[in-house]
Structure formats: structure tokens, C-alpha cells
Design a protein around this ligand. Structure first.
Ligand code: SF4
Ligand code: SF4
Length: 103
């Protein structure tokens, strides 16, 4: 929980990072910390590799995101960082469109 993967990430932009706050307050364990980070970044990871390159524990972090990206591409036909025209599948607009398709 050193936070380097968050600071090094090209797509992490929250000014008040909830994970950094919980870490400082000693209010989170290392598994929840990493799973939360994956949940936050999974659909916007551009596979730059910066997290893995900066991890002092040499964890293969970008491989986790790469694996998720492959599944997202298969399921949602979306790959982060490829086109500004693509609609991220977790965006409010995309979710609204999916809800409209259901009715
Ligand atoms: S590989 Fe993905 S999660 Fe890791 S630093 Fe780059 S954009 Fe962020
Ligand atoms: S995954 Fe690596 S870089 Fe990220 S918080 Fe843990 S030790 Fe630090």
C-alpha cells in the first residue's frame, strides 16, 4: 500500500483519492486496497505499464489490467485509449443507453 501505482497511473485523476485517505487512516487492508484500485481503473487503463514499472514489490499490475481489457473488449467492444469517439461502457451516457435498450 505504498501508493506508487496510484501516483504513477496515467488515468488516476481524483484529487482526493479515497484509497490514499483510507491508507493514511489505516482503515483498509492491502487486498481491498488493490481490488478497489482495479475496480476504479479497470475500464480506463490504457496499458501504459507505469504502475508495474513503479511498484517496489514488482507486482505485475499491468497484466491484471491487460487481462481485464481483453475481456472488456470481447464483451463491450470497448478498449480504453483507442478513440475519443468511443463511449466508455461505465459512463452515465452508456448506462442510460443500455437501460433504454431494455425497455
Ligand atoms: S497500466 Fe493502466 S493502471 Fe497501470 S499506470 Fe498505466 S493506465 Fe494506470
Ligand atoms: S501494488 Fe505495488 S505500487 Fe501499488 S501500492 Fe502495492 S506495493 Fe505500492
Amino acid at each position: 500500500m505504498c501508493g506508487m501505482c496510484i501516483r504513477a497511473c496515467s488515468v488516476c485523476y481524483c484529487v482526493d483519492c479515497i484509497l490514499q485517505k483510507k491508507r493514511k487512516d489505516k482503515n483498509i487492508n492491502n487486498i481491498t486496497y488493490q481490488l478497489t484500485r482495479i475496480a476504479h481503473d479497470a475500464d480506463r487503463c490504457i496499458e501504459c505499464g507505469s504502475c508495474a514499472n513503479n511498484c517496489p514489490m514488482d507486482l505485475p499490475l499491468s497484466l491484471i489490467f491487460q487481462s481485464l481489457n481483453e475481456q472488456f473488449q470481447e464483451k463491450f467492444k470497448y478498449r480504453a485509449g483507442e478513440s475519443v469517439e468511443d463511449l466508455p461502457f461505465r459512463s452515465a451516457k452508456a448506462i442510460k443507453e443500455m437501460e433504454l435498450e431494455k425497455v
